[in-house]
Structure formats: C-alpha cells, structure tokens
Write a protein of this length. Structure first.
Length: 261
C-alpha cells in the first residue's frame, strides 16, 4: 500500500481476482480514448484522509507526544520513497529524535487503523468513484488498479464497495518486483502494450515517477482545497502530469474534452 496494515480478522486471505483479458482486444478497436486506464487507490479511488492519513498522524503522535500536523504529513509525501506509511511513520518518528523500531510502529499503526473488530479509523475510508461511472469508463477503456496496498487490504476495500468485477487487473504491492516509484507494476499491467495508449491516475510523487519511468501518460488527482494540492500540485506538473483533477469523478469530462471527435 501506500499504506500497510494487516486485514481485519474476517478479511479473506486471497488475491483479488482479475477478469478475462479478452477485453483488451475489444478496447483496442475503439477510438482514441486510452486503451487502458490505471488507477492508484488511496487518494484517488478512496478518500483516506480520515483513515490512513489520520492513522499515520496519530501513530507519530503516540510515540513522540508531539502535535504533528497534516501539513507535516504531506511534506513527507512530497518526498520520493514514502509511498509506504509504515516506512514514513518510522522515519518521521526517528527524525524527531525517538528510537522506535519499525515493528513497534507497524503494530501501533495496525491497532489504530483496524481497531477492535474493524471499528478503527478504517471506517473513515470512502470510495470516491461510483460503480456507474466505472461502468461508463469501462465501455471505452479497460480499467485496472496499480496500488501500494497489499492484496489483503485491497480485498477488503473491493468487497466492501462491491467493485471488484469492474477492474480487469489489480496490481498490489507484492505482485510487482519492486514497489513504487519503480514502474514494475505498471509495466506488468501493460504486458508489452504501447505505454502511450495507457493513462495512470495518482496523487503522490511516487505515482508520477512510476508513470514517467514507464512512459505512461499521467494525471494527478488532488483536492482543490487540500494541503496535498498546495504542497504537491506543482511537483506533479513538473514531473509531467497532463492535468491535476480536483476529484477522480472529473475524469470523464476531461476525457470527453480531450478526445472529442
């Protein structure tokens, strides 16, 4: 994940299923729309400000007793290599002068995120793109996911929101040889196809770097009124983002305008 956490006890221990890849032939014969649209999850398909972001901040506060802020959290997200919140929190705590081991950070993070019987900060997670919108996009392009989450976490979210069947490929962190910002996951999804026919939507520097390395066109997704946009918007543009959307549900209108007959 961009965020790592062990699943709640009743989350199924299996890989998210993928659909039959025959969709690719169908899409390839369509118009100039992207043959495949790949989505990051946290911050793009899922609002994690009250789940993973809150968990990270509260984890750091727990170990340091310092009033760390959302602005500080996003300053870490602006740096390459901090797509994983366990690593981010560990480095943050240690830079504040506290010698806390990675395993301790991970354990506390999990406790806060999942809570008891799934009543933790995970309940603050919100799915952002409706199944109807996904189905409309899927009529023109293949849809896939490239996330820093582990498949167990992804499994939980897909089942909770009943959207699993709308994606042909679900690339979780353990399925890629290297995590973001390496492009391995994107390249595995493309499976030899022309990267210029794809489109990747993400919200972090690591997402933009992965897209750039894979030569896949990139769109940033950052809330217009959010700290993340104030801190990362210009960076994502500098790394080659075609545009910065305020919300993922603006994608359809952007595509219609860009690929107007």
């Amino acid at each position: 994940m961009k965020n790592r956490a062990t699943p709640i006890p009743n989350s199924r221990n299996r890989r998210p299923k993928t659909k039959n890849r025959t969709t690719r032939t169908r899409v390839a014969s369509k118009s100039a729309y992207p043959a495949i649209i790949v989505f990051d999850v946290d911050g793009v398909l899922v609002d994690t400000r009250q789940s993973f972001h809150r968990t990270a901040i509260e984890t750091v506060r727990f170990f340091t007793k310092k009033p760390v802020t959302v602005r500080e959290f996003h300053s870490w997200k602006n740096r390459p290599g901090f797509n994983d919140d366990w690593i981010l929190c560990t480095t943050w705590v240690q830079e504040l002068g506290f010698n806390v081991a990675f395993k301790q950070i991970k354990r506390k993070f999990q406790q806060l995120y999942w809570g008891k019987n799934g009543n933790g900060f995970v309940l603050g997670e919100r799915w952002l793109l409706s199944p109807a919108a996904l189905r409309r996009l899927g009529r023109r392009s293949e849809l896939a996911i490239f996330t820093g989450r582990y498949y167990r976490e992804m499994d939980y979210t897909l089942d909770r929101n009943k959207v699993r069947k709308l994606f042909s490929e679900i690339m979780t962190v353990e399925r890629a040889k290297r995590p973001k910002p390496a492009p391995d996951g994107l390249l595995k999804i493309l499976a030899g196809r022309d990267p210029s026919t794809a489109l990747y939507l993400g919200d972090t520097v690591d997402d933009a770097l992965a897209a750039k390395a894979a030569k896949v066109p990139f769109i940033g997704v950052l809330p217009r009124d959010g700290e993340e946009r104030r801190q990362r918007g210009a960076t994502l543009k500098r790394l080659g983002a075609l545009t910065i959307l305020g919300r993922v549900n603006e994608l359809e209108a952007w595509l219609q305008k860009r690929f107007r007959p």
